[in-house]
Write a protein that binds this ligand. Structure first.
Ligand SMILES: [Zn+2]
Length: 194
């Protein structure tokens, strides 16, 4: 279990133990929202001197399609998107006073990135293949930062909207000592206050 999931899990347990409102706790625990084009999700967890961010987005927002790539242009679109996703500095603006440095980046693509795999598609990789006419898939990227002055980490400028203009709304769930919050960001309101 990743640290971020553990964080939500333990928060859930403590909510469950401390609150008679079981239903409310279950509702708050909802980690992943429905796959909706234009909508992405961020899970943000602060613990000790680490910041963990999980970014989950329909491939549609990232590359403009969700089927396996069929030609050179689509392969290139995926490669370039993954390259961008692996550079947290392009997607998140952290206050320099917090002195945060990325320590891990783990990207999962629902689409084939490499041409040599073209002949042997592994369709099980498509997380939400629904056997309907349309295929859906999500990019999932986990970022870990270590921050020397984490108490100075009071906001995150989310630059995902600019890098991936197909993104219209980002639902953020953040967890820190202050508790759990759910915030909706848009291109005009793209700063997450912590
Ligand atoms: Zn989709």
């Amino acid at each position: 279990m990743s640290k971020i999931k553990q964080g939500f899990f333990y928060l859930f347990i403590s909510l469950l133990a401390g609150s008679p409102q079981l239903h409310a706790a279950e509702h708050q625990h909802k980690e992943h929202e429905a796959h909706v084009h234009g909508k992405a999700q961020l899970l943000v967890a602060l613990e000790g001197n680490t910041l963990e961010i999980e970014f989950l987005s329909p491939a549609m927002n990232i590359v403009g399609f969700e089927h396996q790539p069929a030609h050179e242009t689509q392969f290139r679109a995926i490669e370039s998107a993954v390259e961008t996703l692996k550079q947290p500095g392009l997607l998140f603006g952290l206050p320099s006073a917090a002195k945060c440095h990325p320590i891990t980046v783990q990207a999962e693509s629902p689409l084939d990135e490499h041409r040599e795999h073209e002949q042997d598609h592994d369709h099980s990789k498509q997380a939400s293949h629904d056997h309907e006419e349309e295929t859906h898939g999500d990019f999932k990227v986990n970022y870990g930062f270590r921050c020397v002055e984490i108490s100075r980490l009071d906001s995150i400028a989310v630059k995902i909207f600019k890098k991936f203009p197909g993104t219209e709304v980002i639902v953020v769930q953040s967890i820190s000592k202050q508790g759990q919050r759910r915030i909706v960001l848009t291109p005009d309101n793209n700063t997450l206050e912590l």
